[in-house]
Design a protein around this ligand. Structure first.
Ligand code: PRP
Length: 211
């Protein structure tokens, strides 16, 4: 009998888009479209079981084997460096990691730069690469407020449409890296379910090429 593949999907708009890709690839699970608050859905015919989890938790489920595969943004993978395989770039959820500041910001290298961010490791690595002294201020959201209130000089954050920056009078100061959603796999699941996973990757690849 075919073994089920457990898939952790990021709850929210990206997850819904990604589920549509899985569905088009032949891994449909109609009950997931029902309006309710369930978090786990399965379809024995297609051999998949989906879970909705917080986007930043997907890699934890996959790394520890509670999910065989999952979908996580490159931002999360860079920040937490989970011990997983990265199988495919789904080329959706495209945005970028950047440094932003007020338009009148000038970097004074004689001073420690105050950086507000959710992405502490990314910010630390980025500035270490430039040998720039920084003071990290870890926030959990609404990062754009920090330079406006004088809490930080810059922010390290994600920009997608640029609307949040624009509406708060901030500008991109430097690009750090491009982001998109990645298909990730638990390393030992990949050894045990290689054939099934390779089929899934091949079918999803076709969907990525179609978009
Ligand atoms: C993210 C990010 C920016 C915003 C960028 O925040 O941190 O604030 O989206 O999108 P935009 O360029 O299209 O405006 P999110 O909505 O995840 O909320 P947060 O404030 O909790 O980080």
């Amino acid at each position: 009998m075919k073994q089920m593949i457990n898939v952790a999907l990021p709850k929210g708009r990206l997850g819904e888009k990604v589920y549509s890709m899985f569905e088009a690839a032949g891994y449909e699970c109609p009950s997931i479209r029902e309006k309710n608050r369930k978090l786990i859905f399965e379809n024995e015919e297609t051999g998949v079981r989906y879970f909705w989890v917080k986007p930043s938790d997907v890699a934890i489920y996959v790394e520890r084997g509670a999910a065989d595969i999952g979908v996580a943004g490159k931002d999360i993978l860079e920040e937490y460096r989970p011990n997983v395989y990265e199988l495919l770039d789904l080329k959706t959820g495209v945005c970028k990691m950047m440094v932003a500041a007020k338009s009148d910001f000038h970097d004074d290298h004689s001073k420690t730069l105050r950086v507000a961010t959710k992405f502490v490791n990314i910010a630390r690595n980025y500035y270490a690469g430039k040998s720039r002294d920084i003071d990290i201020i870890k926030l959990n959201g609404s990062i754009e407020i920090a330079p406006i209130l004088g809490l930080s000089d810059v922010i390290v954050d994600i920009v997608e449409t640029g609307t949040t920056l624009k509406e708060n009078d901030l500008q991109v100061y430097e690009d750090i890296f491009p982001i998109s959603a990645r298909l990730i796999a638990n390393k030992s699941s990949f050894q045990f379910k290689t054939e099934q996973m390779e089929d899934l990757v091949a079918s999803l690849k076709k969907q990525v090429e179609k978009q």
